[in-house]
Design a protein around this ligand. Structure first.
Ligand SMILES: [Zn+2]
Length: 297
């Protein structure tokens, strides 16, 4: 019996386990609740073919989608103070950090910074990782955005930040709030160097992130249907005792009300960004590129 239970059973379980259908084969669309075949979803850049809902994606995939040929070099980010307040809620903050790192398989935090080219132009991208503690902004994130800005200035490159964040990281208290002015300084460094600073708002961009660097881009784009706002809709509704308008705090609503410049589907982001950077950096060359096509049409 012990031979059976100790040796044979685990082997059978391992064999069966390998063939078992992975949970990730089908995904339910949060927009229309249709079951989507994962491979098809992946091929469509995680946008639902049925309703066009843009699902949240990882920072790594974001970089691959945005850079020319999916080619980029990720930079190492400065190490920062861990758990400055020795914070603990239901779990220790240090345990939450470790869990986030285990999920991502890296030693990083909620932002990944890389450089490469978009439309042939040197570009630095700082992309948020929502899976890491809701993309919340603590000291490490502030440090990462400063590093990205410094790199953009050094390389004379455009800076693109792609937030996906619930806001400031409460486990770091006032230190997380200090990242709001710090990230504004980062954005200003790029602007003062005469380089383009572009923000691509994705779902969700809220709280202290929406109240700092995310709203001061030279150009602000957003993915369709992204939730973008400061306080949550429910909190606002309960505070002012009013019905909120249809589509409140969504990309399209913000575009209608002049808060952002353009809503761009994920598949068109790279081309759009390339065109914008081209217009900002080499207006003359852009004219040359644009005019022959205009003549033939
Ligand atoms: Zn859908």
């Amino acid at each position: 019996m012990s031979w059976l239970t100790n040796f044979v059973l685990p082997k059978i379980r391992a064999a069966v386990g390998r063939k078992a259908v992975p949970d990730s084969l089908w995904h339910k669309c949060p927009g229309c609740e249709q079951m989507l075949f994962y491979r098809e979803l992946e091929a469509n850049l995680h946008v639902c073919r049925n309703c066009g809902h843009h699902l949240r994606i990882s920072a790594a995939l974001r970089l691959k989608i945005l850079f020319d040929d999916g080619a980029f070099t990720q930079i190492e980010l400065p190490r920062t103070i861990l758990d400055p307040l020795r914070f603990r809620d239901r779990k220790r903050y240090t345990d939450r950090l470790k869990e986030g790192q285990a999920v991502l398989g890296s030693q990083g935090d909620a932002v990944v910074v890389a450089h490469g080219k978009i439309g042939g132009f040197a570009t630095v991208i700082a992309a948020f990782e929502f899976e890491f503690m809701g993309g919340s902004m603590g000291v490490a994130v502030g440090e990462a955005l400063l590093a990205a800005a410094k790199l953009a200035v050094l390389q004379e490159a455009a800076l693109i930040i792609v937030p996906a964040s619930g806001g400031a990281r409460m486990q770091e208290g006032a230190l997380s709030l200090m990242q709001m002015p710090r990230t504004i300084i980062a954005a200003d460094m790029v602007k003062e160097a005469g380089l383009p600073y572009i923000v691509v708002l994705t779902d969700p961009t809220t709280g202290g992130v929406s109240a700092s660097f995310a709203m001061v881009g030279d150009i602000t784009l957003a993915e369709p249907g992204a939730v973008i706002g400061f306080a949550g809709a429910r909190v606002i509704k309960e505070t002012i005792h009013e019905h909120l308008p249809e589509g409140f705090q969504h990309s399209e609503y913000l575009l209608e009300h002049g808060m952002i410049d353009q809503v761009v589907p994920r598949a068109e982001l790279r081309a759009t960004l390339g065109r914008i950077i081209g217009l900002l950096r080499e207006p003359q060359r852009s004219d040359e590129v644009v005019s022959p096509a205009a003549e033939t049409s």
